[in-house]
Design a protein around this ligand. Structure first.
Ligand SMILES: Cc1cc2nc3c(=O)[nH]c(=O)nc-3n(C[C@H](O)[C@H](O)[C@H](O)COP(=O)(O)OP(=O)(O)OC[C@H]3O[C@@H](n4cnc5c(N)ncnc54)[C@H](O)[C@@H]3O)c2cc1C
Length: 461
């Protein structure tokens, strides 16, 4: 029943947009979808429901891309996408329709900060001598203060792309300097910043976009959500619902188009032909594909210069009795980034040191012994955080060959060009998180799939 109602809701959405359901013209038409992340999976699912034949090619041996539950590690921490916003209509609808359970995550508020290696409990932060935030923002964590200092100019989720808002598309570093923030505060705003590898390379407008979308989610007064047993269960469930089989180990290297058909060739030399191709992959790997005919020069230039954000997660297990108090989240201005703690069982705690941007380079330069020492020295400062440490795994997203980063971080001044990367080029179509308009992250990937499916259906009808 749930699944039928999801499909009929989807059908009415598509009908509203003028798309004929199971369009007659789709019958017998074949679409190659490149990439089995959420965007490619959802696009394949929708295309199949509309009567297209789909060939889904995936470079690796698994679906989900940047959604990646670390199933081999006790407590199944997330190595990729963490939480679904309460405003993620598409992701929530898929989860419900496919029989998955959603629940609020166990993580909550910050328990403290490690500033220059000194621990300050969150409750003491506002009055701490080390607090260099602007006086009216002292009670906030540095990330929250950064957000509260942003201009409140955006009206609605797609306004960040409108012409009048492009005046804000300049370096966030310049903005905070002009606001008179102290150098220490600016340094904290640069650390643990998810939207640029440095603050100079972070677009103020992009920060405003993220803040607007978080405010919208907060206004719903509903908790964020995770998928029970791990977020990877969501892409896996969509994959199981597909009619066609996914072709794994098929990294696409070449695209050729004639007037009537397209051919893609994998690195192993296997060729697939179809009426159109949808590339649901990050810009970092899209730019490695040889296109014949070439993509337009402006699109290529944007694709080539757009950095992807560096995130390195160092996952550890701390063995200790967990019946008493336990830290939750500790914000640091040091090499450990943010430390996320979560209870695994009565004797063990999972620690994820989440390092962002250029700070990743420093951590990479340490060997495992130095990394352990750095973490041990930090844990000694944090109440209820000592115990026997063992290293689980490192997720260094910039080194993942088919992502090369966690998401696109548009350089200041580039936001007005973003629509170019979702423009169809004859029989080549584009989707993925980086082409999301009203949403980013997982919901942005799903949103982009709908837009691309509409473009394909219109173009091939
Ligand atoms: C550490 C981390 C934390 C995150 N936290 C959140 C969060 O809390 N909430 C949220 O909403 N989002 C979060 N995200 C972002 C979210 O995971 C992504 O936006 C979303 O999953 C992207 O989906 P996608 O389909 O666009 O791309 P991807 O998931 O990257 O999928 C692309 C797929 O294409 C494949 N591929 C690449 N190149 C080729 C090729 N040449 N040929 C064939 N296949 C190819 C890849 O292997 C991959 O499977 C996070 C991401 C990371 C990494």
């Amino acid at each position: 029943m749930q699944r039928r109602s999801f499909l009929s809701a989807l059908a009415s959405t598509l009908a509203l947009t003028g798309l004929p359901i199971a369009a007659q013209n789709s019958q017998g038409k074949r679409i190659i979808v490149v990439g089995a992340g959420l965007a490619g999976l959802s696009a394949s699912y929708l295309l199949e429901r509309l009567g297209f034949e789909v060939v889904l090619l995936e470079a690796t041996q698994r679906v989900g891309g940047r959604v990646r539950t670390l199933d081999g590690i006790k407590g199944r921490p997330e190595g990729g996408a963490n939480v679904l916003g309460p405003n993620y209509g598409r992701a929530i609808a898929y989860a419900k329709a496919l029989g998955l359970t959603l629940r609020p995550p166990s993580r909550s508020a910050a328990s403290g900060l490690l500033i220059d290696s000194t621990y300050i409990p969150a409750a003491d932060w506002a009055t701490s001598a080390k607090n260099r935030l602007p006086s009216h923002l002292k009670r906030w964590m540095p990330d929250q203060a950064r957000t509260l200092m942003l201009p409140k100019a955006l009206v609605g989720s797609s306004d960040w792309l409108s012409a009048q808002q492009q005046q804000w598309d300049y370096s966030a570093l310049r903005y905070f300097q002009e606001q008179g923030a102290k150098p220490e505060a600016i340094d904290w705003f640069a650390r643990n910043n998810s939207y640029g590898n440095s603050l100079a390379d972070t677009s103020l407008l992009n920060l405003m976009r993220v803040s607007e979308s978080i405010q919208t989610a907060i206004a719903m007064r509903q908790p964020t959500l995770v998928v029970a047993d791990g977020n990877s269960r969501l892409p896996e469930a969509i994959a199981r619902a597909l009619i066609s089989k996914i072709v794994f180990d098929a990294p696409v290297q070449t695209y050729r188009a004639t007037r009537t058909q397209v051919t893609v060739i994998t690195s192993g030399g296997v060729e697939f032909s179809a009426d159109a191709a949808l590339f649901a992959i990050p810009l970092t790997t899209l730019r490695q594909i040889e296109f014949q005919p070439q993509l337009p020069v402006q699109m290529r230039e944007l694709m080539n210069r757009t950095p992807y954000h560096k995130v390195l997660q160092s996952h550890w297990t701390l063995r200790r009795d967990t019946t008493g108090a336990m830290p939750d989240l500790v914000w640091t201005n040091g090499p450990l980034g943010r430390l996320f703690f979560s209870k695994i069982d009565a004797n063990s705690v999972h620690i994820n040191a989440w390092i962002n941007g250029d700070d990743v380079d420093y951590w990479r330069g340490l060997d495992r012994r130095q990394q352990r020492q750095t973490l041990e020295q930090a844990l000694v400062q944090i109440p209820a955080a000592s115990g026997e440490l063992s290293h689980d795994v490192e997720m260094d997203w910039a080194l993942e060959p088919y992502q090369q980063g966690v998401w696109a971080t548009w350089l200041p001044g580039d936001i007005k060009h973003i629509p170019k990367v979702s423009q169809a080029q004859d029989r080549a179509f584009f989707a993925g998180e980086h082409t999301g308009v009203s949403y980013s992250g997982m919901e942005g990937a799903l949103e982009s799939a709908e837009r691309a499916v509409l473009q394909i259906t219109r173009a091939l009808s």
